[in-house]
Design a protein around this ligand. Structure first.
Ligand code: NAI
Length: 397
């Protein structure tokens, strides 16, 4: 298989932009009208995602031998859209038809064969992983809304009771679909360690004009039920028995997964009496957005836990002021610590830069690649990257 030819041909189609994307979807929906329902009613936010993801994954087919876990996760996770094995040839045929259409004379039998083989390799892995998952996990989890409460000015705390147990590790995320916005899945992280009653706690930031977060804040009430995808991500998870000292840096609602990790360590401390040193820096634009201040202040009574609130846009704030990454970097010598960073992509990038600037080994800094789930929801909902691939390869957004 000529990988560089595959990648060059993909770049050529990506440069064509919208026309290629439209051709792909028109071909797919004309040939298989039954798959239209798997996509949101309005395709304006979906646009190039699925198409871009397909191309990206297929042209990176050579990395599958080393680590197929990302593509396997995709296969398992696509079950929540109702994707079955028979849909894969349909998407593959539309992809190849689009490539052929725009390549003109450059579409040689060799290139067509390479694309076909690469697509089959990816689809084969996804189908097998989905079939495997079918044996012991549902395609999605139905969960009933227990409560929706405002926290601070811009945040909503949502409690959900999954109808069958939803097992996740603190620090992981999952996709959620609310009944008001069918097929517009967003990623969120449980903000608490697993509870004995199985209830999940989510922290959602309300964004003016945000379609999904707005619907959650405005319209979601106890009695509604939502759908959850499988838990994903391992870069913000820890082993409480073996982990060393931790530096946790959160921007805004990026606090959620780190808060779950703190609770996990607290549970372990409650049973064994041992916990590493944990320092949490929570950055917010103003005092009101330090939405978990009371709980985190309460937790500071633990001898192993320190909470440092940081405000970036209120010069009258009496505590630490500035960008959370800068404040954290300059406050201490972090050698020997592992840093877990979570927030908007610019916040994460900035924080990594600051920590490495003051000498922290980049290998000791862990983060998920989060990116906007949709332009309308700006930076407030997030998608974890999975393992080796970057975000734009997530076709389910
Ligand atoms: N709700 C959830 O379950 C989860 C949310 N997230 C992500 O957390 C992020 C939270 O964002 P917001 O609440 O809007 O945060 P924000 O925009 O209010 O920023 C909070 C703090 O982050 C820092 N910051 C923000 N932008 C920065 C930049 N460009 N450079 C350096 N530092 C910067 C500042 O210290 C600021 O005070 C979102 O991107 C969301 O996707 C991530 C995981 C889970």
């Amino acid at each position: 298989m000529n990988i560089s030819a595959l990648q060059a041909s993909w770049r050529a189609v990506v440069e064509i932009g919208d026309d290629a994307i439209q051709h792909f979807y028109s071909h797919l929906f004309l040939a298989h009208p039954e798959v239209r329902d798997m996509f949101p009613v309005s395709m304006s936010t979906q646009r190039d995602r699925f198409f871009a993801a397909l191309g990206h994954i297929v042209t990176n087919v050579e990395s599958l031998g080393d680590d197929p876990s990302f593509v396997q996760h995709l296969g398992r996770d696509h079950r929540r859209f109702g994707v079955v094995a028979a849909h894969y040839p349909a998407a593959g045929a539309s992809l190849l038809a689009t490539l052929e259409h725009f390549h003109g004379d450059a579409w040689t039998p060799e290139l067509a064969a390479d694309w076909g083989a690469a697509y089959e390799a990816v689809a084969g892995l996804m189908v097998a992983a989905a079939a495997d998952a079918e044996k012991d996990t549902p395609p999605w989890w139905d969960a009933d809304v227990v409560s929706v409460q405002r926290k601070g000015l811009d945040f909503v705390l949502v409690e959900l009771q999954p109808r069958i147990p939803f097992r996740y590790r603190p620090g992981q995320s999952m996709a959620i679909e609310v009944p008001q916005r069918p097929r517009q899945w967003r990623y969120v992280s449980p903000a608490a360690a697993p509870r004995p009653d199985g209830v999940l706690e989510l922290h959602i930031e309300v964004i003016p004009g945000g379609q999904v977060t707005g619907a959650i804040a405005r319209d979601l009430v106890p009695g509604h039920s939502v759908k959850l995808g499988a838990p994903i991500g391992n870069r913000l998870t820890i082993d409480p028995d073996t982990c060393g000292d931790l530096l946790l840096i959160a921007g805004g609602s990026g606090l959620a997964p780190l808060r779950a990790v703190i609770q996990q360590l607290d549970q372990r401390w409650g049973t064994s009496g041992g916990a590493p040193n944990v320092l949490l820096f929570h950055g917010a634009r103003n005092r009101a957005n330090l939405y978990d201040h009371d709980y985190l202040t309460h937790m500071s009574s633990r001898e192993w836990f320190t909470y440092v609130p940081v405000v970036s846009e209120d010069p009258t704030f009496a505590g630490h002021r500035g960008l959370v990454g800068t404040v954290a970097a300059e406050m201490y010598w972090w050698e020997g610590y592992t840093a877990l960073v979570c927030g908007s992509p610019p916040m994460v990038e900035h924080t990594i830069g600051e920590l490495t600037r003051v000498g922290l080994d980049p290998e000791s800094i862990s983060y998920e690649d989060f990116a906007p789930a949709a332009p309308s929801d700006s930076t407030r909902t997030a998608i974890p990257s999975g393992t080796t691939n970057s975000l734009e390869v997530h076709p389910w957004r």
